[in-house]
Ligand binder design. Structure first.
Ligand SMILES: *[C@@H]1O[C@H](CO)[C@@H](O)[C@H](O)[C@H]1NC(C)=O
Ligand SMILES: *[C@@H]1O[C@H](CO)[C@@H](O)[C@H](O)[C@H]1NC(C)=O
Ligand SMILES: *[C@@H]1O[C@H](CO)[C@@H](O)[C@H](O)[C@H]1NC(C)=O
Ligand SMILES: *[C@@H]1O[C@H](CO)[C@@H](O)[C@H](O)[C@H]1NC(C)=O
Ligand SMILES: *[C@@H]1O[C@H](CO)[C@@H](O)[C@H](O)[C@H]1NC(C)=O
Ligand SMILES: *[C@@H]1O[C@H](CO)[C@@H](O)[C@H](O)[C@H]1NC(C)=O
Ligand SMILES: *[C@@H]1O[C@H](CO)[C@@H](O)[C@H](O)[C@H]1NC(C)=O
Ligand SMILES: *[C@@H]1O[C@H](CO)[C@@H](O)[C@H](O)[C@H]1NC(C)=O
Ligand SMILES: *[C@@H]1O[C@H](CO)[C@@H](O)[C@H](O)[C@H]1NC(C)=O
Ligand SMILES: *[C@@H]1O[C@H](CO)[C@@H](O)[C@H](O)[C@H]1NC(C)=O
Length: 823
């Protein structure tokens, strides 16, 4: 989803953005490690050449459980005129962030598409849930589903048919990428499960989910082309960056969570802005026709990201089913009168024979099948809340777009409160996502201290409103920017919550919120002696769409704030609100006794911090990525400059590291890390025992059985081959949850580039002190296979697989081995 800054609506300003005059092309990051100059030996499109052509676009049949709804969709399409068909596949300016116009003649009330992955963005009286990165930290399937379903209920209550969520691309190739926090984890297995659970949650609530962004959208810099300086929307100076991804990496990393999404029956997939192997993602026939609709058997529709369409007939042939938001070109959606590659061009192309009408029919079958499947045609499906309409900043002032009758789509009571008791869920989800990184001398949980000091600009109230699209200095940060943001109806800040607690305990609470002041001061001059029993330092890190992060550090001089406080306070507890990966250079400071990473927790930020600090919550969150010692330890940085290369195709990024991103990279290169993937402390202690590895099938072959494709791909890939189980025991004196993680090391016969070990299972039991529970991990064929580029097949390599179960990727407690394929 594209976004325009809330206040940046004037057409003239947009024109200057389109013309590349306001920072779309290169970031001002000065670090040389990020500059990229195209080597002379690389041809314009790079060694990958163009993406292979896969035509025609497969028809949907509704198989896999959607057959009845598909028939209803067919009956609907049979009644459409050619002009109406064009309207059905082309967005229109309207009340929602994306709109398909009503066709009242057929009793069709239109489709309302709304952002985003943690909240319904254009709405009042709606909740802001934890962000994807926080949800990933829970490693909890039930919470991921519950969160998706609660959001789904709010979207439906506000009259949205389609939620533009969840995000499973960006996967997180680089920690700098601006949208990682909207999604889950750079581990495709964890992201795959998080994606599927979220989709099922939304769809169980009756709202269509959209897996986005397909595919290879791993950086924001130059995600869109830069257009000619004269403002022409078709004349490009430089094309968008091309993510050049080899076939194996595509299957085993970036496509992997989309397979989970399709298997979970996702209604829609959103194609991404950038190019893939040289061809724009929304017209990439290999990615859309070949991989998604062919290999994965996707039965829903592909919609474009906002303005990601760069052709008409080629995109339709290439598998694109819906052009959003309808206007021309990148960021061209504010210029309705500039026309669309779809719209009238679709009917013209049908009439002059350049696109078969059956292809357009298939596009609409795909769009309408989920609509009937989820009963969105029913009388009682809520209409769009009238209060959402003026909050829609996507099309500029309403007077400029509201030229048609939207009364079939908008109506009912205005400002409906859809929040229910979701605040309780948000608190629960935030608690389960809290990652305790350090806890020296049992600093936590706090034991009713009588003197507390809190420091940092992340502690208090935001001073610039509750719909933030800027990295504002003052205020608790619980959500990032861009289309993935949410409009807060309230925010329980850490300072609010700590005040309540201090009042209850009769404690002295002192506060300093100005980072510059704290960093420059001797804090002993600030506080009332004696030294507070605990000093809480609140740090934050912003990220937003359309921009990559400039560093992995904390914003607003956060490290200096910690150092200033820790110099004087022997019990310094650091709490961070962050988009994702940070370095923690102060982690070894003896006075920094505890560190909590809360990421973006949603509206119950303050209470959830208190819950963990005071032991109401026993932390059980686990890092969904790796925290390195040094920023240079990470590989695969975004390409942020092409130097002096002004060539049309200058922007290229080669995913040469293959599968080795995040922990797979650190393991392959044997690099020590500060906090490994999967790490997180508890107030209790746990043990693992009794590993058992039971084959569920006998006579397992290397190749999967060749079964007819179903949603998710060859069903044989999803068959359980092994059942691994182990016993988790809470050996401490506090109740709490723990995540048992299963990692698999492939045999040596697996091809070069196979990661040292890969997450292939996780379970999160809740255990009372002293209690034991058995957990089991069902290992599917896909989990034990690699993608063989020659045979174009998933193969299980011969030899011994090693299964290790532990509490992080570098803390194994039990292991065993099995030879899967009988040679
Ligand atoms: C990208 O290029 C690689 C190398 O030629 C090829 O193996 C792969 O199938 C291509 N993928 C797509 C989606 O074009
Ligand atoms: C899709 O169905 C139409 C008939 O509706 C048929 O003409 C066309 O060949 C089919 N396309 C594919 C790729 O099977
Ligand atoms: C804008 O510039 C492009 C070339 O950079 C040219 O093809 C196009 O005709 C120009 N458009 C206008 C309206 O001047
Ligand atoms: C058809 O597409 C072209 C761009 O190729 C655009 O300029 C024109 O306005 C479109 N026509 C309609 C009717 O939208
Ligand atoms: C048919 O119409 C489409 C859409 O307007 C246009 O792009 C294409 O060039 C036309 N083809 C012919 C042969 O006229
Ligand atoms: C929220 O409300 C629902 C229905 O009103 C109820 O079933 C559920 O237990 C409540 N959940 C919490 C966490 O209070
Ligand atoms: C924060 O502190 C610095 C240093 O004392 C001061 O210059 C600045 O004005 C303060 N900011 C605010 C908003 O008070
Ligand atoms: C730790 O804090 C104490 C005050 O409690 C201070 O005297 C000491 O110098 C600090 N240590 C460091 C390494 O800054
Ligand atoms: C870019 O061009 C400038 C001016 O010609 C030159 O000084 C500089 O070295 C060039 N940079 C690169 C990376 O080629
Ligand atoms: C896996 O093993 C556990 C524990 O023995 C058992 O409860 C579960 O039913 C087994 N699952 C399968 C698919 O065999």
């Amino acid at each position: 989803m594209a976004f325009t800054k809330h206040h940046a609506l004037a057409a003239s300003l947009l024109v200057s953005q389109i013309a590349g005059q306001s920072g779309f092309a290169t970031s001002d990051r000065s670090d040389d490690a990020f500059s990229f100059v195209q080597p002379a030996e690389w041809p314009i499109l790079g060694p990958y050449g163009n993406s292979p052509e896969v035509l025609p676009s497969p028809n949907t049949t509704g198989h896999g459980g959607w057959e009845d709804a598909f028939q209803r969709a067919q009956a609907f399409v049979d009644q459409l005129t050619v002009e109406e068909k064009a309207l059905m596949v082309t967005g229109a300016e309207g009340p929602c962030v994306g709109n398909i116009q009503p066709i009242e003649r057929l009793g069709f009330n239109g489709l309302c598409l709304q952002d985003g992955p943690l909240s319904i963005r254009y709405a009042d009286y709606a909740s802001v849930f934890s962000a994807g990165v926080s949800a990933a930290c829970t490693w909890d399937r039930d919470i991921l589903h519950e969160r998706g379903m609660a959001m789904g209920k709010e979207f439906k209550g506000k009259g949205a048919h389609v939620a533009l969520a969840p995000v499973c691309g960006a996967l997180g190739r680089s920690g700098y990428a601006g949208r990682n926090w909207e999604g889950f984890s750079p581990d495709q297995y964890l992201t795959g499960i998080a994606t599927a659970q979220t989709i099922m949650g939304f769809q169980d609530a009756g709202v269509q989910a959209t897996a986005k962004h397909y595919i290879g959208n791993e950086q924001e810099t130059q995600r869109n082309p830069t257009f000619a300086k004269n403002g022409s929307l078709t004349a490009k100076d430089q094309e968008a960056i091309s993510s050049n991804i080899d076939d194996r990496t595509m299957h085993e990393a970036y496509l992997w969570p989309f397979a989970n999404a399709v298997k979970a029956n996702v209604a829609s997939v959103m194609c991404s802005y950038q190019r893939l192997n040289g061809s724009y993602a929304c017209q990439n026939t290999k990615a859309q026709n070949g991989l998604l609709k062919g290999e994965l058997g996707f039965q829903g529709y592909i919609m474009s990201d906002w303005g990601a369409v760069h052709s008409g007939v080629a995109s339709m042939e290439g598998g694109l089913d819906m052009n959003m938001p309808g206007g021309l070109g990148s960021y061209g959606f504010t210029f309705k009168d500039a026309g669309s590659y779809f719209g009238g061009n679709v009917s013209a192309a049908i009439r002059n024979g350049s696109i078969p009408e059956s292809r357009v029919d298939d596009m609409i079958h795909r769009i309408m099948t989920p609509y009937y499947l989820f009963g969105q045609d029913k009388e009682n499906y809520p209409l769009v809340d009238p209060s959402s309409v003026p909050l829609n900043t996507n099309f500029g002032p309403r007077s400029q777009w509201d030229r048609q009758d939207w009364s079939a789509m908008v109506g009912g009571e205005s400002s409906r409160d859809v929040r229910s008791n979701h605040s309780a869920l948000i608190r629960k989800h935030a608690n389960a996502a809290t990652v305790l990184l350090k806890n020296a001398n049992n600093a936590l949980p706090l034991k009713a201290p009588r003197s507390i000091a809190i420091f940092g600009n992340d502690a208090g109230n935001p001073t610039e409103g509750f719909y933030n699209q800027d990295n504002y200095e003052f205020g608790n940060l619980v959500v990032g920017g861009g289309s993935g943001t949410g409009r807060l109806t309230y925010l329980d800040t850490p300072l609010d919550a700590l005040k309540r607690k201090a009042y209850e305990d009769g404690a002295l609470l002192q506060q300093w919120l100005n980072n510059t002041l704290i960093a420059e001061s001797d804090v002993t001059d600030l506080w009332i002696a004696p030294e507070p029993e605990v000093c809480i330092v609140m740090l934050k890190t912003w990220a937003e769409e359309a921009d990559d992060r400039e560093s992995l550090g904390f914003d607003w001089n956060g490290e200096a704030v910690v150092n200033s406080v820790a110099k004087a306070c022997g019990n310094t507890v650091v709490v961070t609100h962050s988009a994702g990966i940070n370095l923690y250079p102060f982690a070894d400071h003896p006075n920094v006794t505890a560190i909590i990473a809360a990421h973006y927790p949603g509206t119950e930020s303050g209470q959830s911090m208190i819950d963990t600090l005071y032991g109401i919550n026993n932390p059980s969150g686990k890092l969904p990525y790796t925290v390195a010692y040094d920023g240079d330890d990470y590989n695969a940085p975004p390409v942020t400059s092409v130097g002096n290369n002004t060539g049309q195709y200058a922007w290229q990024v080669y995913f040469e590291e293959g599968l080795e991103i995040d922990y797979r990279h650190f393991d392959a290169k044997n690099i020590d890390v500060r906090y490994e993937f999967g790490f997180g402390l508890s107030y209790s202690t746990f043990e693992l025992s009794d590993l058992s590895i039971e084959p569920v099938q006998t006579d397992i072959t290397s190749e999967p059985e060749d079964l007819p494709i179903a949603p998710g791909g060859n069903p044989a890939l999803w068959e359980t081959l092994y059942n691994v189980s182990a016993t988790v025991t809470n050996t401490g004196d506090r109740d709490g949850a723990q995540v048992a993680q299963l990692y698999v090391a492939f045999p040596d016969s697996a091809p070069e580039g196979t990661p040292v070990q890969q997450l292939r299972g996780f379970e999160k039991p809740y255990l009372c002190a002293g209690e034991s529970k058995q957990v089991s991990f069902e290992i599917m064929r896909r989990d034990l296979s690699y993608w063989d580029v020659v045979s174009q097949q998933w193969l299980i390599p011969e030899g011994e697989f090693k299964f290790s179960v532990g509490f992080s990727s570098r803390d194994f407690r039990v292991d065993g081995a099995a030879t899967v394929v009988d040679a």
